[in-house]
Write a protein that binds this ligand. Structure first.
Ligand code: SAM
Length: 416
């Protein structure tokens, strides 16, 4: 969601005549911030300290993103080097203030590194209506606002017309999506978007186990466009902890969704988030999460130590009773476990043919992209595979996080 916000702001700046450059040469530095954990928030403060030296009377520092909803009022007082505190999505006044200060209308736009435009984020829900006891997102991003289906489809069409080959529908809990004009939920939206001529891939994230509907899995399984990947945060493998987190489901429900998804799509990529050291997480509760990782064999697990966030139910009403060293031990234990699981699981792709959408060239000049199940792929001996091309790759090697293979020209789309 933060990346989508950054792209949105960058697009508006580019349209106004600005371009990206190194910090040394730039006049304006904009920090897009995350406060989901204390560590992310601390990174913002240390970046602002670093920028003190960079700041001059002619230069502008702006801060946007989730910190604005949490610490916006105090930011200016604590950091006089900050010129603008910009709420998410409310960029008009900020852009006007820049226009008054700088004149870039004569400037020549430089090519934008890294923005291939192959994949386009589309926000379908802003904000969050869930009340997970650990999470600050509803406080800093507000209640859910659903974008009308017609507008989502129009944005996707435009993105494809502009050269995108993949769109990613975004919502904190994307399965909550309901068209405000009465045209249905996420399954219907996916059906509408996947029909757009020229669109090769459709992804959506993040799913919530409480809201994901069987109909959506059926639409995925029947589609050649919708990617076979679910981002389905479980947070804990223990029912008592899930209840204390107010997640709204139990493990048997989570298992049932994964069973159904794997029955319909045996090779589906499965990504999850886990918090260790949540208040009250006993060793036995932690072992339940550990066992879940072994049982589920997720492709990717985003692991985090519980970080109390001011203003959340857990921070105000529950004791942060798992010591930091113990949280770290649990985190490292699961990291090591998952590394082995991911390596074993990824190795199962060796010898298989996979479809890769090329997104760019890596530092060794090799085309990279992702397979339909979400895993990163590197193409060795690629021929002329170019960004935006869909190619077939025979997998020869695998690491925990990616597959490497060679182009199968007979089955690949010709280069544009
Ligand atoms: N909406 C998704 C959900 O909760 O199912 C994910 C949203 S959240 C912005 C991204 C991840 O950050 C969460 O899945 C959770 O694992 C992690 N997270 C959120 N609050 C946290 C906290 N207080 N401490 C540690 N991790 C946290």
């Amino acid at each position: 969601m933060n990346s989508a916000d950054s792209e949105d702001l960058a697009r508006r700046l580019l349209a106004a005549g600005y371009h990206e450059d190194s910090l040394e040469r730039a006049d304006i530095a904009i920090l897009n911030t995350c406060v989901v954990r204390q560590a992310s928030e601390d990174r913002v403060y240390s970046r602002l300290h670093e920028l003190k030296e960079w700041k001059t009377a002619e230069r502008t520092i702006a801060v946007t993103g989730c910190i604005v909803g949490k610490e916006g009022d105090v930011l200016r007082g604590r950091f006089p080097q900050v010129d603008a505190v910009v709420p998410i999505g409310e960029y008009e006044d900020f852009l006007a203030s820049l226009e008054a200060r700088y004149d870039y209308s004569q400037g020549e736009a430089l090519p934008q590194a890294g923005r291939t435009g192959i994949s386009h984020y589309v926000r379908v829900i802003q904000g969050c209506d869930h009340n997970c006891t650990f999470c600050i997102v509803p406080k800093v991003r507000g209640r859910e606002r659903h974008v009308p289906m017609e507008d989502v489809v129009a944005e996707c069409r435009q993105a494809v017309a502009d050269g995108a080959r993949e769109v990613v529908l975004l919502g904190q809990n994307v399965d909550d999506y309901t068209d405000p004009t009465g045209r249905g939920g996420l399954a219907n939206l996916v059906r509408e978007v996947e029909r757009i001529p020229g669109l090769k891939r459709l992804r959506f994230l993040t799913s919530h186990p409480q809201d994901l509907e069987a109909e959506l899995l059926e639409v995925m399984a029947a589609s050649d466009v919708v990617c076979r990947e679910l981002q389905l945060p479980v947070q804990s493998g223990d029912d008592t902890i899930l209840k204390r987190m107010a997640r709204g489901y139990q493990m048997r429900h989570y298992r049932a969704i994964v069973d159904q998804a794997r029955t319909l799509m045996p090779d589906i990529g499965l990504v999850t988030d886990i918090i260790v050291g949540f208040p009250g997480e006993s060793e036995a509760a932690f072992q339940n999460t550990r066992a879940l990782l072994e049982e589920m064999e997720f492709d990717v697990v985003h692991l985090a130590m519980y970080s109390p966030r001011q203003g959340t139910f857990a921070a105000s009403r529950m004791e942060d009773d798992v010591p930091h060293e113990e949280k770290l031990r649990r985190l490292n234990d699961l990291l090591a476990l998952q590394r082995g699981i991911a390596a074993r699981k990824t190795a199962r792709w060796i010898g298989r043919d996979v479809e890769v959408l090329i997104e760019g060239l890596d530092e060794l000049n090799r085309p990279y992209g992702r397979i339909r199940q979400g895993k990163r792929a590197i193409v060795l001996r690629s021929g002329d595979a170019a960004p935006g091309q869909l190619i077939q790759v025979r997998v020869l090697q695998a690491t925990a996080g990616q597959v490497l293979g060679v182009l199968n020209p007979a089955k690949s789309e010709p280069a544009a």
